[in-house]
Ligand binder design. Structure first.
Ligand SMILES: NC(=O)c1ccc[n+]([C@@H]2O[C@H](COP(=O)([O-])OP(=O)(O)OC[C@H]3O[C@@H](n4cnc5c(N)ncnc54)[C@H](OP(=O)(O)O)[C@@H]3O)[C@@H](O)[C@H]2O)c1
Length: 323
């Protein structure tokens, strides 16, 4: 099959790779579209390696058609239109994945939109509702609010009765986040977010979803209210920082580190099942949208990566395949 391969000089090349073979519990998907995630840029340059047994090809999500189902699969059959959360292998004509990481394409969605759902909605759902136990009426800070994960998170907060404050990198991004349902926000290039977030939540916030890490740690902890939860999902702003443990102690705060990709299949299947039960109906009703910035042909993966790396995108960058 054809796939995007990372050459020795880190350029992206549309080349030949062996066909993936589904195991008993896997489905084989003919990929019609895949989407870019921040982690792909890191993996391309040698960080964030795929978990043991996963494809070395980039790509954490896809949408397309089932062309084969392993002997132990119970749900999907040839011809089903699906989208999937992948441990790797999405930038290719074919991908294999455990049946539990696969969901039907929501009714009414284009395949290119469906390709942009699994990774960011699973991440936002897992970390807001399963890890941080977000409740109706609580207040949330979403850093990188206009990212793929952020645009999913804002809409989930709105739909499930939580108020969100975002940080973003431009006025245009802030306007989009407010349209999606954020209550207010701050442009990170205008200075620290703390004071504006304290206007949003004078008594502190219940949950912070943070892909930034070190650079935001002190202000994140200052901002938490008693019993608040900080979920760390990325290290865009560094991995090492000092922490005021007195504040953590006195606020009875919880700091939770969380990655999705390397979790056991059974945990990913639970996240996907919750998404199908709670979020698929909202997507099919048009209440929750997949925010797509741009769609590229997969042969232009290099330009698509450059666009994501520019920090100018809002929502997802999709790549389509022409079989
Ligand atoms: N732990 C997990 O399981 C998991 C899963 C998926 C994603 N993630 C993480 O979640 C984050 C978002 O992923 P994505 O694919 O949705 O990203 P994305 O769409 O590529 O957006 C990332 C955005 O982060 C902001 N940003 C970049 N560098 C920053 C910095 N130094 N400080 C503050 N903000 C910065 C930029 O927006 P602004 O300029 O508007 O701020 C950028 O557009 C990434 O860190 C990713 O690794 C974690």
């Amino acid at each position: 099959m054809k796939a995007i391969l990372v050459a020795d000089d880190k350029s992206l090349v549309w080349g030949d790779f062996e066909d993936p073979v589904p195991g008993d519990n896997d489905v084989l998907i003919r990929v019609a579209a895949t989407a870019i995630n921040r982690a792909d840029l890191v993996q391309r340059h040698g960080g964030y390696p795929p978990p043991a047994g996963a494809s070395p090809i980039l790509g954490l999500e896809c949408a397309g058609e089932v062309v084969e189902a392993g002997s132990a699969c119970t749900r999907y059959k040839t011809g089903d239109q699906v989208c999937a959360l992948l441990p790797g292998g999405g930038y290719a004509e074919y991908a294999v994945v455990d049946e539990g990481s696969v969901l039907p394409i929501p009714v009414g969605l284009k395949v290119s939109e469906a390709a942009g759902i699994p990774e960011v909605f699973a991440t936002a759902w897992l970390n807001l509702f399963m890890e941080a136990n977000l409740q109706f009426g609580e207040k949330v800070v979403l850093h990188a609010g206009a990212s793929g994960v952020g645009t999913a998170g804002i809409q989930l907060c709105r739909s499930f009765g939580a108020e969100s404050f975002v940080t973003v990198g431009s006025a245009e991004k802030l306007a989009t986040c407010l349209d999606l349902g954020a209550a207010s926000g701050a442009n990170r290039h205008d200075g620290p977010f703390l004071e504006k977030a304290q206007v949003f939540a004078p008594e502190g916030v219940d949950v912070v979803l943070d892909p930034v890490g070190a650079g935001y740690l002190a202000d994140n902890i200052k901002l938490l209210r008693t019993g608040g939860r900080l979920v760390l999902i990325g290290l865009l702003g560094g991995a090492r920082a000092e922490i005021d443990l007195a504040q953590v102690l006195m606020k009875r705060a919880r700091i939770i580190g969380s990655t999705l990709r390397a979790r056991p299949l059974i945990e990913k299947a639970e996240v996907m099942a919750q998404l199908e039960a709670k979020v698929w109906p909202l997507i099919e009703a048009g209440e929750i949208k997949v925010v797509v910035d741009r769609v590229f042909p997969i042969e232009e993966a290099s330009q698509a990566h450059d666009l994501v790396a520019s920090d100018q995108t809002i929502g997802k960058v999709i790549m389509e395949l022409n079989h």
